[in-house]
Write a protein that binds this ligand. Structure first.
Ligand code: SF4
Ligand code: SF4
Length: 444
């Protein structure tokens, strides 16, 4: 994957020109209409094909509102990028997800009045994850009571002001942040085994693990240490910027990326690999940082960034490294494993599924979208459609009827929990239990 082309480069003035964007939408829709490979991936493609078919194939007759509907129904899962044979360097230079982002960005710039204000407030509310996370973790029980009741007055007010669906169950905040736990543990000397290390991992915790589900990070550290991998924290890590990028706010995205890069690059230069336990954020570090920043540091970091399960699989398969496969702890007879879109888009194979199989559990793979994809499914405007997108996933999980549900994406897991009443675990949490590593006690 190379640098972004002019058509998709936000620093090129023509990127922001609406007429130029509309022409590019027409060009790409025409190519897609002739191809139709992505018909079943998401709502955007069937909507587009129906609109063009209704005009007997005259793609240039589509109205801006029709093009915009296709844009609104894209939730940036990236699967069409993975599937498309015409992505750069092909001469057709087709990058559908980036075209959708460009359309969102151009509309964001030209929007006026109340819709524009609401869009900006929504991005700020959903994007300022560090600010919110720090404040909410400090008063976690109170914040969780206030935000954790779907349909409450506060949630309705939030929906009116910021467009965050009042019906969604939002992940609760933890009282003790992951980084606080990690530093206290390191200071106490826990985790030092004296055995020779076979790797060094700098953890980029992601907002979801840092503020909402530190248990994932805690199990990651213990599983890695069991496998003789020394763990550290990426210094100065903040939100990767995905919420801004997916809202078309490139300045916001670049601001986050530039804050993260020095700490990430320092970790790599000191001999660590970067490990990310949340698929969307891993994708952003691997693909979006080098493409949008284009710097040597961004490329260096991308080359040394791994999904949490991908890293362990490399130990298992690598020369001179090994994975401990002595699973004497709790192993469920059956596990339904959900493969998140942004992990699939990383093209790394089914590493979490493969690790789970090593424990001895019988795994059913469920590769269906949860309809959340970052912030898309959290917006009130998308709530009904997001639930419709998630229906095949819910059905597949019901059919699997497994003892345990696992999934790498904390956001998708939230949607699964909301729809099925079951609480999925991150695959590394199942691995920890399979090693006999007990769950860290939670501070209430
Ligand atoms: S990125 Fe995903 S949601 Fe968007 S158009 Fe492609 S397949 Fe559809
Ligand atoms: S994105 Fe590519 S693969 Fe998908 S329909 Fe369009 S041209 Fe075909």
């Amino acid at each position: 994957m190379g640098a972004v082309t002019t058509t998709y480069d936000p620093t090129d003035p023509s990127y922001h020109d609406e007429a130029d964007l509309r022409r590019e939408l027409t060009r790409v829709f025409d190519l897609c209409h002739g191809c139709r490979l992505c018909l079943s991936l998401c709502p955007s493609f069937p909507t587009m094909f129906d609109q063009i078919d209704a005009r007997d194939g005259a793609v240039d007759e589509l109205q801006p509102a029709e093009q915009d509907r296709v844009v609104d129904e894209c939730y940036q899962c990236k699967l069409c990028y993975v599937k498309c044979p015409y992505v750069p360097p092909h001469e057709w230079q087709l990058d559908f997800p980036r075209l959708m982002l460009r359309a969102v960005s151009v509309r964001r710039e030209s929007a006026k009045g109340l819709p524009a204000l609401r869009e900006r407030v929504s991005t700020e509310v959903l994007g300022r994850t560090d600010l919110l996370g720090r404040a909410a973790s400090a008063v976690a029980p109170l914040a969780n009571r206030a935000l954790g009741t779907p349909g409450s007055l506060l949630r309705r007010a939030m929906e009116g002001l910021a467009g965050v669906s009042a019906e969604r169950v939002l992940p609760p905040y933890a009282k003790v942040r992951f980084s606080t736990w990690f530093r206290a543990r390191s200071a106490s000397g826990a985790g030092r085994s004296g055995r020779a290390e076979q790797g060094k991992a700098a953890i980029f915790p992601t907002c979801l693990v840092e503020y909402q589900d530190p248990a994932i990070g805690q199990d990651l550290v213990k599983v890695y240490e069991r496998n003789r991998v020394g763990c550290s924290l990426v210094e100065g890590a903040v939100c990767c910027g995905a919420p801004f990028l997916h809202s078309g706010d490139f300045d916001g995205f670049l601001r986050q990326a530039r804050r993260n890069l020095p700490g990430l690059a320092r970790a790599v230069r000191s001999g660590s690999d970067v490990v990310v336990p949340q698929p969307t954020c891993g994708y952003v570090l691997k693909r979006d940082y080098p493409e949008h920043l284009g710097s040597a540091d961004a490329r260096l970091v991308a080359e040394h960034t791994y999904d949490a399960a991908e890293y362990l699989w490399r130990l298992h398969r690598g020369e001179g490294t090994e994975l401990d496969t002595d699973f004497t702890g709790e192993v469920p007879a059956t596990t339904a494993y959900h493969l998140p879109c942004h992990l699939q888009a990383q093209n790394i194979g089914l590493r979490s599924r493969d690790l789970l199989k090593l424990t001895g559990t019988k795994v059913t793979l469920v590769s269906k979208c949860s309809g959340i994809d970052g912030m898309w499914g959290l917006r009130s405007a998308n709530y009904d459609q997001a639930r419709a997108v998630a229906r095949p996933l819910v059905e597949a999980l019901r059919r699997a009827d497994a003892e345990v549900v696992a999934g790498d994406c904390r956001l998708a897991n939230g949607a699964i929990s909301e729809e099925t009443g079951r609480t999925p675990l991150h695959p590394l949490q199942l691995l920890a239990r399979a090693y006999g590593i007990p769950e860290e006690p939670r501070e209430q």
